[in-house]
Design a protein around this ligand. Structure first.
Ligand code: ZN
Length: 72
């Protein structure tokens, strides 16, 4: 995961915040499955602090679900 240095804007549709992190689309896809629309640029997704935090939260939740699924 890289830091964003140039003035990129958050890739979440409707979000006007400045991007602070860039992740691959593969990593950010989970946001789409939770109702966020993403503007993907060359397979990269730029996220502001808030949406990056949201992504981490959703990922943690999903990992937990998958763990339960594997145990079951
Ligand atoms: Zn955002």
């Amino acid at each position: 995961m890289g830091r964003v240095s140039r003035g990129e804007q958050c890739s979440v549709e409707g979000c006007k915040n400045k991007a602070e992190h860039s992740v691959s689309y593969e990593e950010a896809k989970i946001l789409e499955s939770h109702g966020y629309k993403l503007r993907v640029q060359h397979n990269r997704v730029y996220l502001c602090k808030e949406h990056y935090r949201e992504l981490k939260k959703l990922r943690k939740k999903t990992e937990k679900l998958e763990k339960w699924r594997r145990m079951g």
